[in-house]
Design a protein around this ligand. Structure first.
Ligand SMILES: Nc1ncnc2c1ncn2[C@@H]1O[C@H](COP(=O)(O)OP(=O)(O)O)[C@@H](O)[C@H]1O
Ligand SMILES: [Mg+2]
Length: 261
């Protein structure tokens, strides 16, 4: 059964999607079967970077199915080459929130859909929008592990704290256990005056809240955005870049935390 990993931060632009892409490519290269689920309809998102077709059925369709079956969930999956497979953010995704909000058990809709195909993958990586709306709650409520990326700025770190608060609520309300809450220092520029101070703040926050900071920071490097524009994983586009090296380390740190390395 796949481990479901949600990537979340209430703040946008903190390298959530970049981190999902890097995890997907790295885990696929290591021989794991990977499915990404894009729950963020914003332009310039994960689906675009991995070359998915947004006209095809995707996550909006998957969430709106009244009775998810292996067949109709499989219909929403596309091949994303070096990144594994993806349920892309389709055109219906922006309209699903109101409809989810009016359903009974509205936080567990994604979980039920993924259960139909969970046996076919080792990891299901869920990218979320930069808010704690019902779609994000679904990702957190389905997750075995949660990874919270943050950049070295105050509002991103505040976003980490908000996700931790919501996780406490979700675990209480749904009696759902989350195995690992890992914080990933991403797009991290050590030259920023606040970087060191915020690194320490994040360490303390993690310690207080039963989370852990995964490995070491992923450094800021232009190769990250360039690889996305080319639709290629870092291991192909810039195998000797610092950002590729750092993401490999981060994935290894994650696998070590869950006892797979
Ligand atoms: N390590 C990095 N170095 C340089 N730019 C980065 C790095 N990580 C992410 N970025 C860039 O930061 C921007 C926001 O990243 P993205 O993953 O889209 O954030 P989010 O999904 O949280 O909104 C993107 O333009 C991305 O290319
Ligand atoms: Mg994103």
């Amino acid at each position: 059964m796949a481990r479901i990993v949600a990537f979340s931060n209430q703040k946008g632009g903190v390298a959530k999607s970049t981190t999902v892409e890097a995890f997907a490519a790295e885990l696929t290269a290591r021989g794991f079967r990977v499915l990404m689920v894009d729950m963020d309809a914003q332009p310039g998102n994960l689906s675009l970077h991995v070359g998915a077709d947004k006209e095809r059925r995707g996550s909006g369709d998957m969430l709106l199915q009244a009775k998810p079956t292996e067949e109709n969930v499989s219909d929403c999956i596309q091949d994303a080459g070096d990144f594994g497979d993806i349920v892309a953010a389709d055109e219906r995704l922006d309209t699903v929130d109101d409809r989810l909000n009016s359903r009974v058990g509205r936080e567990r809709i994604l979980d039920r859909a993924l259960a139909a195909i969970q046996g076919r993958y080792d990891f299901i990586l869920v990218d979320t929008p930069p808010s704690l709306q019902v779609r994000t709650l679904n990702a957190l409520a389905a997750a075995d592990d949660v990874i919270i990326p943050t950049r070295a700025d105050l509002s991103s770190v505040a976003g980490v704290s908000s996700v931790l608060d919501v996780l406490d609520d979700i675990m209480t309300v749904t009696s759902h256990d989350i195995d690992l809450v890992g914080i990933a220092l991403a797009d991290w520029d050590p030259r920023l005056s606040l970087a060191k101070e915020l690194g320490a703040v994040v360490e303390r926050l993690a310690e207080d809240r039963g989370a852990r900071v995964l490995g070491r920071p992923v450094r800021h490097a232009t190769a990250a955005a360039q690889a996305q524009r080319h639709g290629e994983p870092l291991r192909v586009f810039a195998p000797s870049s610092t950002v590729h090296e750092d993401y490999r380390e981060l994935v290894s740190a994650y696998l070590a935390e869950i006892g797979l390395q």
